[in-house]
Write a protein that binds this ligand. Sequence first.
Ligand SMILES: O=C(CO)[C@H](O)[C@H](O)COP(=O)(O)O
Length: 224
Amino acid sequence: MQPFVIAPSILSADFARLGEEVDNVLAAGADFVHFDVMDNHYVPNLTIGPMVCAALRKYGVTAPIDAHLMVSPVDRIVGDFIEAGATYITFHPEASLHVDRSLQLIREGGCKSGLVFNPATPLDVLEYVMDKVDMILLMSVNPGFGGQKFIPGTLDKLRKARALIDASGRDIRLEIDGGVNVNNIREIAAAGADTFVAGSAIFNAPDYKEVIEKMRAELALARP
Ligand SMILES: O=C(CO)[C@H](O)[C@H](O)COP(=O)(O)O
């Protein structure tokens, strides 16, 4: 299993001070920057796009940027995120007409690729593209908004995804996104996740370092 990674979702950051917020959360111990892209079409909200990703790189952010595309269509915007300096590009299989091609586009651009599954979306498609994904992201809320409650049924789905990854023998990250906090992160890790997106739990806290340290202490108990 891969080392644990904490990926704060900048959806809950103060957009007016985004560069500073990203600096602060990385200085507080975060590993990745989780970058939520919403198009007011695939999901009922509108956020940030490749220009903001490029701006963060220009500002000096060197940490991996994990771009979660909640957009449809997918392929048209993939090249822009590759250019903008994204590290991972993940998308929802139902949002792409040609899942295999979208994954190839991401890899050919030099980025790591991944698929995202909503709470009620089955994992079936993985059977055919396991060799083309570097990350599997399970949504533990319905996508579109931060600050929602973790859907407990996701724990079983995590166990299924973990079994698929282990059976594949490949180094694929298993990321979880939605309602992750200090109180549930250990149970989520025990179910198989290794990469943890947390938005409101980190950015709504007065001290980012304290929350991230508490999360790491819980993770250490999940995998002693
Ligand atoms: O993708 C998302 C919503 O679609 C967010 O990343 C996610 O919900 C994180 O926010 P929080 O930790 O507050 O639940």
